[in-house]
Write a protein that binds this ligand. Structure first.
Ligand code: PHE
Length: 338
């Protein structure tokens, strides 16, 4: 009897097929109701007690072997048929394209993270604005000549609706709804009716900042800007050139000392070593009054910069139009985690 089992052990071991119906016949032959295993178990009853242990052990080995064999052949048949359907399952995977952030987003996020270190919170507002928030509240009354500085896209059917020309409009909205101290950063898309060239576009992005509290001074403004330029460009020599904005008094344009070490430095700074990067100033008291903030109690500073301009400087990009073309050969060069 043991010999008989051993014979089947060998037979099962040697069995192979790639065909499901052959496998099924094999299963029935061994594990079916009237199969070989069953016959063995039936005969088991008649085995003398002293031999039962040895016999049982061999029988269990056979039983196990049969079920393992069936399973492993099943697996290999299903794998082969999958391969037939889907090709080689062991081929290396396709390269996974992770994409990258737009350079303007990378620089915007860097600017935001620098100012957030010194307590600036984000505030955003609508791109379609009204006259009050974009101009009038900012000390630019209807016939003020400074409105010419910003050629505006008006919505034809409603002269009170326009595409914001700067994100200062967001600051007005914030001041109207919040009490000082105020420390906010307003990034966003702005629109100006300008001819498109390598240096200007009718759509671009700005980040503007506003700080209002008791006894805010021009020195605070300068310190903040120095902290910022050091963090973003690694350069903290700045100069403030007197300028004019209707909403700030005094106003200034900020230049950083870029240096004259390379040919590119010479070209982008037009041989001076200095580069203009933003506008700034102390918030005009008229603006505070328009937003219900008492200029006798509070003062503040504001600044604003174009993200395209800063990005062009940081990455030495020669044409602003590249930001809007979405050419993958350009965009793929910018990989960043923020
Ligand atoms: N709003 C100005 C512009 O768009 C920038 C600016 C902001 C200047 C705040 C001074 C203070 O050009």
């Amino acid at each position: 009897m043991i010999k008989e089992i051993k014979k089947h052990l060998k037979k099962v071991n040697d069995f192979h097929t790639e065909n499901l119906s052959e496998l099924e016949s094999f299963r029935i032959e061994y594990s079916g109701k009237k199969g070989i295993l069953n016959d063995f178990f039936v005969s088991f009853r008649d085995i003398p007690n002293e031999n039962k242990k040895e016999y049982g052990k061999e029988l269990n080995i056979l039983k196990e072997l049969v079920s393992n064999k069936i399973q492993s052949i099943k697996n290999s048949i299903s794998l082969t048929s999958e391969m037939g359907k889907n090709g080689d399952l062991f081929r290396p995977g396709f390269e996974f394209d992770t994409g990258s952030r737009h350079p303007l987003s990378i620089v915007k996020n860097r600017i935001i993270s620098i100012f957030s270190q010194i307590g600036f919170k984000l505030s955003e507002g609508p791109e379609i604005e009204d006259d009050w928030h974009n101009f009038t509240a900012l000390n630019l009354p209807e016939h003020h000549p400074a409105r010419d500085m910003q050629d505006t896209f008006f919505i034809q059917t409603n002269p009170d609706k326009l595409l914001r020309t700067h994100t200062s409009s967001v600051q007005v909205r914030y001041m109207e709804n919040n009490k000082p101290p105020i420390r906010i950063l307003s990034p966003g898309r702005v629109f100006r009716n300008e001819a498109i060239s390598s240096r200007s576009h009718c759509i671009f992005h700005q980040v503007e900042g506003l700080y209002i509290n008791r006894e805010v001074s021009f020195a605070d403004l300068k310190q903040t800007l120095q902290f910022f330029t050091k963090a973003l460009f690694g350069k903290s020599i700045i100069r403030l050139r007197p300028s004019y904005f209707p909403f700030t008094e005094p106003s200034a344009e900020v230049d950083i000392y870029w240096g004259l070490e390379t040919e590119t430095d010479r070209r982008i700074t037009k041989g001076t070593g200095w580069l203009e990067i933003m506008g700034c100033g102390m918030v005009d008291p008229n603006v505070l009054i328009n937003c219900n903030i008492d200029p006798e109690k509070y003062s503040g500073y504001a600044f604003g910069m174009g993200i395209e301009r800063i990005t062009m400087l940081l990455y030495q990009i020669g044409d602003i139009r590249m930001f809007f073309e979405n050419d993958l050969r350009f965009l793929k060069q910018f990989k960043s985690s923020i």
